[in-house]
Design a protein around this ligand. Structure first.
Ligand code: UDP
Ligand code: MG
Length: 316
């Protein structure tokens, strides 16, 4: 099978028939063998009935339906597990992404050897409150992830070699960083294609402003995981050691000040009056905490199924 199209959806009943017809037309025009996997993320409208009707008319349509709303990332993850096509395409269900982009995305994966091609909504049809923070978000993501050529990490329209989706786990809200997940999993050839974007025709956006706060926290998590995920002590041990060094210097400073004060025969200096005394206390306590966090982190990674997970490029 050439293509699997994975579509996460949450209350998108109006868009589904139009989207399906459009995909079917593009697939037949290009002679692709395909499957459409609708992942219904606990919709409370008639979306699943619509999917049933569509599936009854087309054996290429499949569906996974969650019992409740878990989020876009879990929906994508389950869709990825089910996908069988050589190339896996993800797109939003709200008709903002155009199925006409699929043939070129497919070609980039199969002929140009990309592992992942992300869409870039160069001209966006979303409110300013969304487009401006998104620019900032993408600039940060580029820096932290080191994937310098991507302008639009969170574009719903993406294409993958099947191998890639089988080796990444999308959870929480990590769908915003799938290129980063893929890179951490060992897939290096990540490309971009400018794609057409449209204003939302039906329904409304499912993501509020909290996504910016959560987005940055998730980025921090991924940064930590990719650098120290299997060796947390390398980070916490370093911080702890720094604390101990500063604390030790502060203790020395207190002792020297006290000695000088005694030698001068005036007992006017009290250690509790010195800023160094408090600095040494704080640093020692924090240093110890960093080390304990590091040790606990090491114990946890020892039990992690990921600790010996490598992507092998070649083996004789
Ligand atoms: N979506 C989902 N689960 C959620 C929220 C969104 O499956 O909890 C789907 C939604 O139905 C759509 C896609 O994810 O197909 C993108 O959502 P939306 O269009 O609301 O995001 P935006 O385009 O505003 O960033
Ligand atoms: Mg949308």
């Amino acid at each position: 099978m050439n293509i699997s199209i994975v579509i996460p959806l949450f209350n998108e009943e109006e868009s589904l028939p139009e989207l399906t017809r459009w995909i079917q037309r593009v697939m037949t025009d290009n002679g692709f063998s395909y499957e459409i996997i609708f992942v219904n993320d606990g919709s409370t409208d008639r979306s699943q009935d619509v999917v049933h009707t569509l599936a009854a008319a087309d054996p290429n349509i499949h569906s996974i339906s969650f019992a409740r709303n878990y989020g876009k990332s879990p929906a994508l993850n389950e869709g990825f597990r089910k996908a069988q096509g050589d190339v896996v395409i993800t797109m939003d269900a709200d008709l903002q992404d155009s199925p006409d982009e699929i043939p070129e995305l497919y070609r980039m994966i199969t002929s140009e050897g990309y592992d992942l091609v992300s869409g870039w909504k160069k001209k966006r049809y979303d409110p300013l409150s969304k487009t401006i923070p998104t620019k900032l978000f993408n600039a940060t993501a580029r820096r932290v992830s080191g994937i310098k050529n991507l302008h639009d990490f969170n574009c719903g329209l993406k294409a993958y070699r099947r191998d890639v989706v089988k080796h990444i786990e999308v959870y929480g809200d990590m769908h915003r960083y799938i290129p980063y997940l893929a890179k951490n999993a060992g897939y290096k050839k990540i490309g971009e294609k400018v794609v057409q974007h449209q204003a939302r025709k039906y329904g409304h956006t499912k993501f509020g402003l909290d996504r910016f706060v959560n987005g940055y926290l998730d980025l921090a998590t991924l940064w930590f995981q990719s650098g120290f995920g299997v060796k947390p002590m390398h980070l916490f041990g370093l911080l702890g050691t720094l604390m101990f060094v500063v604390g030790f210097l502060a203790v020395m400073a207190v002792l020297i000040l006290k000695m000088v004060s005694i030698c001068n025969d005036s007992y006017s200096f009290f250690v509790t009056n010195s800023v160094y005394f408090y600095l040494s206390l704080a640093c020692m306590v924090m240093g110890l905490q960093f080390f304990l966090t590091g040790f606990i982190g090491e114990l946890i990674t020892r039990n992690s199924p990921e600790r010996n997970n490598y992507l092998i490029a070649e083996e004789f």
